[in-house]
Design a protein. Sequence first.
Length: 426
Amino acid sequence: MLGWIGLDCSVLGGFRKSRTSRELRGYVCIVGSGEGGGSGMPVEEKRRRMGSKGWKKMGWKWGVADDAWKDLGDPAEGLGWQWCQVRKENLAEEVVESEMRFRALRYSTDANPESAAGMVLTPGSPAPVDSVSWLMESTSVVPVLRAVLREIQVEDFHLRMSLYPGLAITVYFGKARAQELPGPVVSDTCMSCDLDGLLLDGVRGANATAQLRENDLRLTSRDTLLKEVTGVRVWLDAKARNMFIFTPTRHVESLFAMTDNEIGDLFAEISRFLQAEGLDSSSVPALIINSGQYRNHAHLHVKCRIAGSTFQELRRQWSDSRQTQFQQLWDYSYAFTKPQLDDVLQKAAPSITKVFVADFYDSSPEALASLREHVMSFGQVKSLDVVQAKNIAFIDFETHEMAAQCIAGSHRKTFGTCTPYFWWSR
């Protein structure tokens, strides 16, 4: 029996509040078969574990009946995928946002559904296939993505393809939220097309390079390029985050505008590159495509996120030239990624005092002591909880201002072997 798409999917977006507003996000989720897909859990079991207090704090009622699932696409296509409309209501049974929709899809197959975590079964095949390998199959990837686009029928969305556990695609969308997003930066050139264009202008907008000091580097897009094959370019992230970027060589701004061959070639190169780097589905939390107003860069690009500890291990195996290339980006990007205190204060309500720490994967006593000493330097800390199993931590400060100072003052701060990310905890 295929697993439910339960509250655990909220980790991928679910009913989590938007970062830029109090509106809720809708999402479409396609998950792999078996318990691995999306970490699905029956909603009754999740409710029992949370307790009545925790459940009421979430404030949502939801669930999916088994008979609500429908086949994705034309039955003649035989995609082997299903989708379902999920209700979004508050405790008063009022529709929160009528323009936003939630759909959950899951992978179905006649083969053994008890697939291993991180695996997905191809229709008609009893043998499990790693999700990264599945990306190579254009006859599978292209029709599934086309069917998803037909279902959501919106241009503005955030698509997240999670490769582990199972295979999952989550699409966040919603008219109210999209209207609040700034959209792509305005630049004189496209940083994915013009290899000699100034990198900072591509990231921050036209004339942003004027903010640099006299002796600062003037890096170009070419300084982030790793590889170019027919139709596809592979890049290091301009902000030196733990990810790789993949773009079609042709200037195209939407999945809707890409040909089937371009989509197939793009995902096939992603698969080849990841395998060449020695990465499987357990090492790649997500592939991300932003569309419409959800983009901050106009040229269609796929962000390939790598688990923090895996990325650090990967870096140690890089050639000297790639090490130098990444370190140069790391030093350079500090100027346009460091959060300013005023901006941080405006991103959360004054009542919020908690800070979320992501990618804190070093559990050594030295790293933990360093983290505790660092956060206490910003003021009274009511609690510091480290969840080692998930490589995260939560810090509760006495005041909102202390929490904001911690976020602004922790940029690129290293604890042991990790450099975690600090932001507001909802």
